[in-house]
Design a protein around this ligand. Structure first.
Ligand SMILES: NC(=O)c1ccc[n+]([C@@H]2O[C@H](COP(=O)([O-])OP(=O)(O)OC[C@H]3O[C@@H](n4cnc5c(N)ncnc54)[C@H](OP(=O)(O)O)[C@@H]3O)[C@@H](O)[C@H]2O)c1
Length: 331
């Protein structure tokens, strides 16, 4: 007998911390859709697989982000692979496998103008779920993160966190394909064993009691590329083992580029920079303030302590000798 209803999952309440099974989401029964409900240019799809992604937790928060939050009562967002079961589109036929974003649902009507609706091409040696995994957004994330953001090259020492996950496992293998040496970090001994099977030169379980010591021991020549999938303690530890001019791919966070530097890197450009600064100063385009500690050299020690307490506005200096009293001014 044909199904009279289909299920969707809707957001029932916003979680305060982690998702609470049975509270955060609710199953909803909907009257079944049939071919007769389709308008021209639409397809009816039956979802085969739904992708679950860490980003989903963020979509439940009612805050500014790279996409709007899912609303209470709204169907949860998600990428799927689905089969076309009815079509009034010239682009898609019944039986086609398609990727798209119909969300957490058993069936959906999608317009063929929706750019997310794409024919799924399964390559030889592939399976249909690959279009959500290594050929889907996580595989592409690994690809661009490793090749474009990290610019991985032969001889690099690459560390990947969340290495046994969807993105991390592909990132590790791309780094190996590019001739890098790879250390994977993951959350169980089984994952560590699998990472070695994948070809990682080494792998560590971050839940081991002596993980920090092991991490330092396994990074003696420091890190060229760190591909971060999780943030937190492993990322902090990696910062402490970063080589000069290393590239950190912050895959789990926003589109930001964080670049450390020391002013000494610009020694050759000091003269031209001073010229421009002096010009701005002369033209009154930049303002400055100084906090000057009096009392001679003996006041320097206390002054330095006060620096860390924020005693200064603008530049902090000790008046070792007032200009008018200086030897130079008497010459
Ligand atoms: N920039 C982009 O466009 C983009 C696109 C896709 C994904 N991403 C990001 O890439 C990262 C990986 O996503 P994915 O879809 O491939 O997920 P995933 O790595 O397949 O799954 C998440 C994994 O993270 C690990 N994990 C969870 N909590 C952790 C914690 N507190 N500390 C360390 N590890 C933890 C778990 O593995 P363990 O057992 O190893 O802990 C878990 O299996 C996420 O941060 C995601 O947001 C970014």
């Amino acid at each position: 007998m044909a199904q009279s209803t289909y299920q969707t999952v809707v957001l029932a309440q916003r979680p305060k911390a982690t998702i609470v099974p049975g509270e955060t989401f609710a199953l909803k029964e909907n009257p079944m859709i049939s071919e007769a409900d389709l308008k021209d240019g639409e397809v009816l799809v039956e979802v085969l697989y739904l992708s679950l992604d860490p980003a989903m937790r963020g979509w439940l928060n009612d805050v500014r982000s790279y996409m709007p939050p899912v609303q209470i009562g709204e169907k949860m967002r998600g990428a799927t692979i689905a089969k076309v079961i009815a079509s009034k589109s010239k682009k898609f036929s019944v039986g086609d496998l398609v990727t798209g974003n119909p969300g957490w649902t058993e069936v959906a009507v999608i317009a063929d103008t929706d750019p997310s609706l794409q024919l799924a091409n399964i390559p030889s040696n592939g399976k249909i779920t690959d279009v959500l995994g290594c050929l889907g957004s996580t595989g592409l994330t690994a690809y661009f993160g490793m090749t474009d953001i990290a610019k991985v090259k032969a001889g690099d020492f690459v560390v990947v966190s969340g290495a046994a996950g969807a993105t991390g496992s592909i990132a590790c293998q791309i780094a190996k394909l590019k001739g890098a040496k790879v250390l994977g970090v993951a959350g169980s001994d089984d994952k560590v064993a699998w990472l070695k099977e994948l070809g990682c030169d080494d792998a560590l379980n971050y839940k081991a009691a002596d993980f920090k010591e092991q991490f330092r021991a396994k990074t003696p020549d420091l890190i060229d590329v760190f591909f971060d999938n999780v943030g937190g303690e492993v990322l902090e530890l990696a910062f402490s083992r970063a080589k000069m001019f290393s590239r950190f791919v912050i895959c789990g966070a926003m589109r930001i580029r964080v670049q450390g530097f020391l002013v000494f890197d610009y020694v050759k450009e000091y003269a031209s920079a001073r010229k421009e600064l002096a010009q701005w100063l002369a033209e009154g385009k930049i303002q400055r303030k100084e906090t000057i500690i009096k009392g001679g050299l003996g006041a320097a020690e206390k002054g330095l302590v006060e620096l860390y307490n924020g005693v200064n506005t603008g530049k902090l200096l000790v008046e070792v000798k007032a200009d008018s009293e200086s030897v130079a001014s008497r010459l």
